[in-house]
Design a protein around this ligand. Structure first.
Ligand code: FES
Length: 528
């Protein structure tokens, strides 16, 4: 099996029974904030795109690059489609001209022509990607590969059960706006960033240990930030709180925990994987490439500047009545929302900053009032979350009818945020569900999730706790760490106070727990 690195989470897998192109991403994503690094725009995409199969793991724009798919990927390719709850991915790919689809039944091995086998695991909670993320397992001639991508299943047993895996591709770096955009003192940002960076690596080690593959490939990030406004997010300033460590840092950190089987793929690197080994050739030496990272980034910044400027020039739509349009689009969804609206539980404020030619700023403050179910001008009240961003970005979102503000505004990092109290996942879940179809799905998911009775308990240290994490059901016998009266679930780092059951990371999500030498508290009376 041959794997060609094509940048970020993308790779082309070649076997004698067919080729699969995964997640090709070249054009900048999220308001021209993210670019693939190392640059992959100069690969021979004309031939890379001539494949038998296309696999797109999910609809995040650094995995689903519509313009690139349209221009370069053969429309004769059969799309290997994860079993997602909505038809959005298939609809979008049909729009681009793809007509052949193989809907892979979730977690079932499918045998393709010539003995090529695949299995796709789709994750479908509202917090997984843009309503869905997935991983692809491939087997040919005894060689097995897992492209876990940036999916975060609770464990990898579904894949491990299919036999020893030879190549495990997974994410290790950050892909989020936290904590950089939060309006916090620098020292706090650094401390939170460091915690997050450590957690990312811990999670990666755990997955690697789960699968025990012969070779581990760090993929799916980090992106690079080439706009001057965002340049500081690149991990080139020796900031231990930067959440975007690159592949060379991965190798260094992996070595510290005893990892010796890491393989970095640059765009154009080729790995020949057999049951006995992995031979890799690179277009340039990997170490040397990362030693010159700053120079590569600076050169890319100059080269891509016109692209960024052209994108920026397209965002403003002063004809859009922002308040009126937000009311029209969001109020019907607030009206329908039960779980998400209750989960947010307070007003969320958007400060839209307009800067005129002289540099003078005006700010319009709009509140999305979840309890009051309306969108209205800010009325000097206390809000739970506040976002501050360029007015032009919101105009563009409304103009284009964007239904997922996470997969556009928030991942762009072109905003700042402040909040009172804990992180609230419902805020972001709501703003990625600005369509009837998505909202209904998310509401249904939370409804089922809330009702599910998870009765099994386990003992961790001095505590008896429910076996499944209240967040996304990770098995706490594997992911739970108890220190004193606090439990941390290592899958996403959420913390719980065991004495009260309170989740310390997010609103809601209470955990059931009692001391091992005490009787459990009586169950609460059901609400009438
Ligand atoms: S499953 Fe996310 S923190 Fe436990």
């Amino acid at each position: 099996m041959r794997v060609t690195g094509t940048g970020h989470a993308s790779m082309r897998i070649d076997t004698a029974a067919g080729s699969i192109l995964c997640d090709p991403w070249v054009n900048p994503a999220y308001f021209a904030s993210w670019f693939p690094f190392p640059d992959n725009s100069q690969l021979d995409w004309e031939s890379l795109g001539q494949v038998d199969y296309l696999y797109v793991s999910h609809l995040h724009r650094d995995h689903f690059d519509a313009a690139h798919l349209k221009r370069y990927v053969s429309k004769q390719a059969t799309v290997l489609l994860p079993e997602f709850p909505t038809s959005e991915m298939e609809d979008e790919l049909r729009e681009l001209g793809f007509t052949k689809f193989l809907k892979a039944p979730n977690e079932q091995v499918v045998e393709l022509d010539g003995g090529l086998k695949i299995m796709i695991q789709a994750l479908t909670s509202p917090t997984d990607g843009p309503i869905g993320d997935s991983s692809l397992w491939v087997e040919y001639d005894g060689v097995r590969l897992l492209n876990q991508n940036d999916a975060r299943p609770t464990d990898l047993s579904t894949f491990a059960e299919l036999g020893h895996v030879h190549a495990h591709m997974l994410q290790f770096s950050g892909a989020i706006w936290y904590p950089m955009v939060y309006e916090l003192p620098q020292a706090a940002k650094t401390a939170f960033g460091k915690q997050k960076r450590d957690r990312q690596f811990d999670r990666t080690w755990r997955y690697i240990d789960d699968l025990k593959a012969s070779h581990v490939f760090p993929i799916a990030g980090p992106p690079c930030f080439l706009d001057d406004e965002l340049w500081q997010f690149n991990d080139i300033f020796g900031d231990e709180g930067n959440i975007f460590p690159d592949q060379s840092v991965f190798l260094r950190e992996y070595a510290k925990v005893g990892g010796t089987n890491g393989v970095v793929l640059l765009p154009g690197s080729v790995a020949e994987i057999t049951t006995d080994g992995c031979e890799t050739t690179h277009p340039v030496p990997v170490e040397e490439f990362f030693a010159n990272k700053v120079a590569h980034l600076e050169e890319m910044r100059e080269r891509k500047r016109p692209i960024i400027e052209a994108e920026k020039a397209s965002w403003r739509h002063p004809e859009v009545d922002v308040l009126g349009e937000m009311k029209r689009r969001i109020e019907p969804l607030l009206e329908e929302s039960i779980y998400l609206a209750k989960g947010v539980g307070g007003p969320v404020r958007f400060d839209l900053v307009d800067t005129d030619a002289s540099g003078e700023e005006t700010v319009e403050s709009i509140v999305v009032d979840f309890p009051g179910k309306e969108v209205r001008p800010y009325a000097d009240e206390k809000v739970r979350y506040r976002f501050r961003t360029h007015r032009g970005l919101i105009e563009q979102l409304l103009h284009s009818g964007e239904v997922d503000w996470v997969n556009s505004l928030f991942l762009s990092c072109r905003f700042s945020a402040a909040r009172i109290g804990q992180y609230n996942e419902f805020v972001y879940a709501f703003f990625k569900c600005l369509s009837e179809e998505r909202l209904q799905y998310a509401e249904g998911w939370y409804d089922e999730h809330e009702r599910a009775v998870d009765a099994e308990d386990i003992t961790l240290g001095d505590w008896v706790v429910q076996r499944r994490c209240p967040h996304l059901k990770a098995d706490l016998s594997r992911f739970g760490i108890v220190e004193g009266d606090q439990l941390t679930c290592q899958l996403h780092g959420w913390r719980f106070d065991l004495a009260s059951g309170r989740c310390l990371t997010s609103v809601g999500h209470k955990i059931r727990a009692h001391r091992a030498d005490e009787a459990p508290a009586p169950a609460p009376e059901p609400a009438s």
